[in-house]
Design a protein around this ligand. Structure first.
Ligand code: PLP
Length: 306
């Protein structure tokens, strides 16, 4: 259960948590069109609070809107300010931010071109998405029986709401089967991503991850990890990945704003490498946390101070 905070930003106003409601005819609830983001703010070693890669998340929100023909009524600057304000007003020194652009009520039916495109930014407290144990010792994943949307069935580059029914089905299937997370294949059978994470494998010291022409979200943590890996002198290859390449990998890990850098110790009941967290995953995970939490100052351009 999400722990209640005081205020939610809705269309330019700070609204009490309990009053932050929408009408049941809100178009997005019926048809799923809308764009959202998931962003983390971290408390740093020096006591400050920084939002990680805020500009890139808001840029992706606007890209998602462009892809689905939505026009936010607020500028990028206003939405970035709202992210900072909602943390400040709730006296949160860290947490998760959820900006959303959604189609309001008015007309019903699929088209409804004149309904307002409404904006909100919600903040809540969120620890490790898959649990502290997952970050430390890795998770068990299962290839899903649900395929990722074909690139012409939906828009993988849009972080849009309705698309996530596919993720929820895969996640539920994996959890009910006793696993922690699902790995989704695309309609050609290649590995795409997790239900809310990008995926990487390590083989013989080289990292491989599905390239951006695959049916994947262009993850901001994915981009962060590729940058960090290259800085560490580790080769990164973006290209197609098959299920058996995953099974035979030395290491596998997921990345995402919520999941951060989560090692995968098993896929489809096959141990990955030695079945423990591998050295490259460990190194990159440590670097990621050092950067977001402040003991590594090498990427100030990724931090927005609150
Ligand atoms: C389907 C999907 N893939 C990948 C990611 C990882 O993206 P990011 O690192 O930008 O959070 C997410 C989370 O936003 C996601 O929902």
């Amino acid at each position: 259960m999400v722990e209640k905070v005081e205020k939610i930003w809705m269309d330019g106003q700070m609204v009490d948590w309990d009053q932050a409601n929408v009408h049941i005819l809100t178009h997005t609830i019926h048809y799923g069109l809308g764009a959202f983001e998931g962003i983390r703010a971290y408390k740093r070693a020096d006591g400050s609070t920084c939002i990680f890669r805020l500009q890139e998340h808001i840029d992706r929100l606007f890209d998602s809107c462009k892809l689905i023909l939505m026009q936010p009524e607020f500028t990028r600057e206003q939405l970035m300010a709202a992210c900072c304000d909602v943390l400040r007003i709730n006296k949160m020194d860290q947490g998760y931010l959820r900006p959303m652009i959604y189609v309001g009520d008015g007309a019903m039916g699929i088209y409804a071109p004149d309904n307002a495109h409404r904006s909100t930014v919600i903040a809540w407290k969120w620890g490790a998405y898959l649990g502290e144990e997952a970050l430390k010792n890795g998770i068990r994943a299962k290839i899903s029986s649900f395929g990722r949307h074909h690139i012409n069935v939906s828009l993988a580059k849009a972080k849009m709401m309705g698309q996530y029914t596919n993720s929820v089905l895969a996640k539920r299937e994996a959890k009910l089967g006793g696993y922690d997370e699902a790995v989704m294949l695309d309609t050609n059978g290649y590995v795409s991503e997790g239900t809310g994470e990008n995926i990487f494998l390590v083989k013989n010291g080289v990292i491989t991850t599905p390239d951006l022409s695959c049916s994947i979200l262009a993850g901001i943590t994915r981009d962060t990890l590729i940058t960090l890996a290259r800085e560490e002198g580790i080769a990164v290859h973006e290209g197609r990945v098959t299920r058996d390449q995953l099974w035979l990998a030395d290491e596998v890990f997921f990345t995402g704003t919520a999941a951060e850098v989560t090692p995968v110790r098993e896929v489809d009941n096959r141990s990955i490498g030695t079945g423990t967290v591998g050295p490259i995953t460990k190194r990159l995970q440590a670097r990621y946390f050092d950067i977001v939490r402040g003991s590594d100052a090498s990427h100030p351009e990724w931090l927005a101070k609150v």
